[in-house]
Structures are given as C-alpha cells and as structure tokens.
Design a protein around this ligand. Sequence first.
Ligand SMILES: Nc1ncnc2c1ncn2[C@@H]1O[C@H](COP(=O)(O)OP(=O)(O)OP(=O)(O)O)[C@@H](O)[C@H]1O
Ligand code: SF4
Ligand SMILES: [Mg+2]
Length: 318
Amino acid sequence: MANEPLIEVKDLVVRFPVGSGLKRQYIVPVNHVSFTIAPGEVVALVGESGSGKTTIGRALVRILTPSSGSIHLGGADVTKIRGKALVAYRRQIQMVFQDPYGSLNPVKTVERHMRLPIRKHRQGREGAIGEQIDESLRTVGLTPVSEMRLKFPHELSGGQRQRVAIARALAVKPRVLVADEPISMLDVSIRAEILHLLKQLQQEYSLAYLYITHDLASARYFGDRIMVMYGGQIMEAAPADELVERPRHPYTRLLLAATPGAVHTGPLPETSNRSPNLAEGRVGCPFADRCPHVMAICRTENPPLLEQSAQHQVACHL
Ligand SMILES: Nc1ncnc2c1ncn2[C@@H]1O[C@H](COP(=O)(O)OP(=O)(O)OP(=O)(O)O)[C@@H](O)[C@H]1O
Ligand code: SF4
Ligand SMILES: [Mg+2]
C-alpha cells in the first residue's frame, strides 16, 4: 500500500541505569515515543541537548535494544533481533554520526573504510567491490576517486570526512538513514553543502531519513515533517511548514519566540538552564516546570500526543 509506513515505532521506552549498588536508579530518556516514517520521507527530530534524540536514533538502528515498545521496518518486527537478522536489518538502515573525526579510523584509508561494510553485507563479488566504492565516492562528490580512495582521514577536511561517512553508510544501499546532527560539527561555510548533498541523495535514491538536529531552520529546509522533543517525549509533530508557521505547543512556541524574526534561524536557544527530569517514575508533563501556562493537571497527568488537526499532533492539556 502506498501509505504503509516504512518505519513504525510504537510506545518506545529506553531506560539506562545510573549509579551503582544501593544507589542505582534509572533514567528514561525515551518515554513511550511513537512515530512513523514513510518510504522516502524525511522526518526531522528537533530538541534541546539531553532530550533523548540520539537515544532514539541508536535504538532505531539497534545499536541498543529498547526496554519496551516496538520497532517495525517494512512490517517486520526488529525490536529484539540479533545475529544474522540484525546484520540484514543494518543493510536497510544506517546511521551517520555528528563527529566525522571520531567516526573514522585514523589508520585506515578511505578505501578500507568503504570495503568493510560492503564485504560484511556481501553486496557483490570481490571484483565488483572496487567499482561499488568508486560509485559511492562519486555519489557523495569525493573526486577524483582514484586519489580519494587512498587518503587517510587526517588528509581530509571535516566536510570530506563527513562525505566519507555518508558514502560508507550508502555503500550497502540502505532504505533509511539516521543522520544525527550530521552538520553541527562542520565549518559553517560547508554545512549547507552537506545538507544539500543529503537532500540530493534523498531525491535520487528515495531514501528515508530520521534527521536529528538542534536547528529548526535546517529541520524546516530538509524535513517533510518535524517532531519536537522535550524530556524524552514528543511534544508536537506536524508537516515542517505547518509546525513553524502554526506552532501549538507552548514549548515549540517558546523556541520560536526566543529568537527575533518570525522564523527561527539559529541553533535552539536555551530557554532555561534547567534540564528536564528524566528520572524513572516521573509524573506529569515534562515541560511543566518551565511552562507559562502550567495548570494543576499538568503536574499529575502526562498529556498524550493527540491529533489536533490533519497530521498535526500535540501533547498538551491546554
Ligand atoms: N548509555 C547511556 N547510559 C546512561 N545514560 C545515557 C546513555 N546514553 C545517553 N544517556 C543519557 O540520556 C539522556 C539523553 O541523551 P541523548 O544523547 O539521547 O540526548 P540528545 O537529545 O541526543 O542530546 P544532544 O543534543 O546533546 O546530543 C542524557 O541525559 C544522557 O546523559
Ligand atoms: S501540558 Fe500543561 S505544562 Fe505541559 S505544555 Fe501543556 S499547559 Fe504547559
Ligand atoms: Mg545527541
């Protein structure tokens, strides 16, 4: 069916232990999160530092196993798969990380970085692997390929390294890319180039993305839909223009109002220096301590994410 989601996340919970022995407690940075991504759709996940964005990304590519809830890809349950099934899953979903310096091995050439995933996922005969590497490098604009293949990470610029990371993720021909702040550590001058490349790839290969960012402007530019996250939960989700032009949740409004001009263009402003409570067993709306409209019910009941109008979901008691 045309509208069948490619990725379906239902009631996802991730909890981590903090402290040890008798002092052991748990934090829940992903607290009953549900969303879908359609084939070829770009879903931008926006939120302040510590809101749980990366943890969602890591759960999605199954670097970590969720505590509860489910993740389906193309209808198949991948929440707890391991071994060969997990390797096969990773051929369909890949992740690009924020730090292009940390994600490449300093003693390996570009070619070796590319060869490994292609081999692991048996994406072709040994003889064809070289051609496949060249094709991926050309796709991300790393030319001349004969030179680029032999380079070590320290011989590349930040932008070129991120291109290698993207090429490596693409080499296994995934259907979904989780891009976790892929431009935030790059020079301002090349951020637009890399974002443009990601958009081009999306159009050429009908790639679906979970695009994680602090920055509403890039979320609006790149995302078909935006989900705003706070304190481990999705506060608001809507088509990108709709969310920026008609924000409904007090937190989204605060984010948009905190910068001059109608459209937010910079990184997310710190609306407070108080970080959200992620402790297990917390009650009420995660945003209650900072919300100008807080009511009694907000302290005791967690507002569910409900559809307020077509495709526009809000989690708020107002
Ligand atoms: N493996 C872990 N063990 C314990 N706590 C963790 C672990 N990974 C993440 N956390 C905590 O979970 C919370 C959410 O982290 P996460 O990295 O998902 O946030 P984020 O929204 O990606 O933030 P940022 O914008 O800074 O990247 C943070 O408080 C973090 O310290
Ligand atoms: S539920 Fe209450 S505290 Fe939370 S955003 Fe809405 S009004 Fe504010
Ligand atoms: Mg993060």
